[in-house]
Design a protein around this ligand. Structure first.
Ligand code: NAD
Ligand code: TYD
Length: 348
């Protein structure tokens, strides 16, 4: 397989001010200094311009604040001439999707439709859709493969499954050059502290309780965000993979309790901070993906071992308190009190 990079000199990244999108833009801009990057982001509560402060004056980078659900906004950015879209924009937190699913359906499904229409109209050369391993639902007996059925269990996962299949339908129906990445749980710098790892790290630093849902034995398959970005680089630039979906994962399955213990150990905090709270409704017991396809087809593999990735991540949150302390105020605290305040807490 050859690289398409010569034919793509401008890309549209959506949701580039969030966790993975900002890591991706930083990675791509440092490896492809000639590439123009337009970031279209609505800046929801999870979007954060601070994530890209260091490259906002870089001439290869343009930021546009706007909603992917708005066809006019999307048309205006497509007129700037990108040859490819990398679609990260989404509502992403499972707990919030349980409380209010509507925004998930709007952005994750309808927003993806608006972008696919734009890709079709402008004959774009590549549409990388960022899906998730959550589309599979439970990985009961073995890690999910690309051929596993999709049984999403939360409104978030169901919205992402809708978008994933809609993107593929555009390939099948119109020949839109869609490529789909279904990645496992990411961790690393700039992750909004409502997700497990940054929530536990920042709470532990502040000597606050670490909320563990249910018995803490639910398993997630963790991947360092830069490993995901390297996989997406291949999905963006490799020729001949249109219409394909690829699992992306590092085979790092860990129960939530083990993740919490690693954080407490690295930070030197006591186990008494662990607090069991009521379980999440529809809580998936195990997410895990087999990444054999991307390894064999594209030669990708994860480079970061989990313990080392956790050290890096924890150090980043230690060094950047202003980044997360600013977030953990106002609307965040209100969400936190509302969500965790109603749950029963226990230390065993
Ligand atoms: P995030 O919540 O940190 O960032 C989402 C970004 O999208 C934010 O910057 C937000 O402002 C923007 N956005 C939301 N709605 C928008 C809209 N209507 N128009 C324009 N921008 C909008 O999420 P993340 O963790 O970086 O996830 C990025 C993508 O990766 C998502 O599609 C998610 O489903 C997928 N994914 C995430 C993980 C993970 O572990 N975090 C794993 C697999 C896949
Ligand atoms: P999360 O980071 O929300 O990602 P996802 O639900 O998309 O996998 O949650 C990861 C795991 O951690 C999941 O099993 C739920 C659990 N969890 C807790 O135990 N406590 C918490 O406060 C949160 C937010 C998650």
């Amino acid at each position: 397989m050859t690289k398409l990079v010569k034919n793509i000199d401008k890309i549209l990244v959506t949701g580039g001010s969030g966790f993975i999108g900002s890591n991706f833009i930083r990675y791509i801009s440092s490896h492809y200094p000639e590439l123009q990057i337009i970031n279209l982001d609505k800046i929801t509560y999870a979007g954060n311009p601070e994530n890209l402060r260091d490259i906002e004056d870089n001439p290869q980078y343009t930021f546009v604040r706007g909603d992917i659900c708005n066809p006019k906004v999307v048309e205006d950015v497509c007129r700037k001439g990108p040859q490819a879209i990398v679609n990260f924009a989404a509502e992403t937190h499972v707990d919030r999707s349980i409380g209010s699913p509507e925004d998930f359906l709007k952005t994750d499904v309808y927003g993806t439709y608006i972008l696919l229409e734009a890709a079709r109209k402008h004959n774009l050369r590549r549409f990388v859709h960022i899906s998730t391993d959550e589309v599979y639902g439970e990985a009961e007996d073995a890690p999910s493969t690309e051929d596993s059925p999709l049984y999403p269990k939360s409104p978030y996962a169901a919205s992402k499954a809708g978008a994933d299949r809609l993107a593929w339908a555009y390939f099948a129906t119109y020949g839109t050059p869609v490529v789909i990445g279904r990645c496992a749980n990411n961790y690393g710098p700039c992750q909004y502290p409502e997700k497990l790892i940054p929530l536990l790290i920042t709470n532990a630093i502040e000597d606050k309780p670490l909320p563990i849902y249910g018995d803490g034995k639910n398993v997630r398959d963790w991947i360092y965000v830069e490993d995901h970005c390297r996989a997406l680089e291949l999905l963006l630039f490799t020729e001949g993979i249109e219409g394909e979906a690829f699992n992306i994962g590092a085979s790092e399955e860990h129960p939530n309790l083990e993740v919490a213990e690693i954080i407490l150990n690295i930070l030197g905090k006591p186990r008494s901070l662990l607090t069991y709270v009521n379980d999440r409704p529809g809580h998936v017991r195990r997410h895990a993906v087999a990444a054999d396809k991307i390894k064999a087809a594209l030669g990708w593999q994860a480079a970061m071992p989990f313990p080392e990735g956790m050290e890096h991540t924890i150090n980043w949150y230690i060094k950047r308190p202003e980044w997360w302390r600013k977030i953990k105020t106002g609307a965040y605290l209100e969400y936190y009190r509302q969500h965790y305040g109603q749950l029963h807490h226990s230390n065993k």
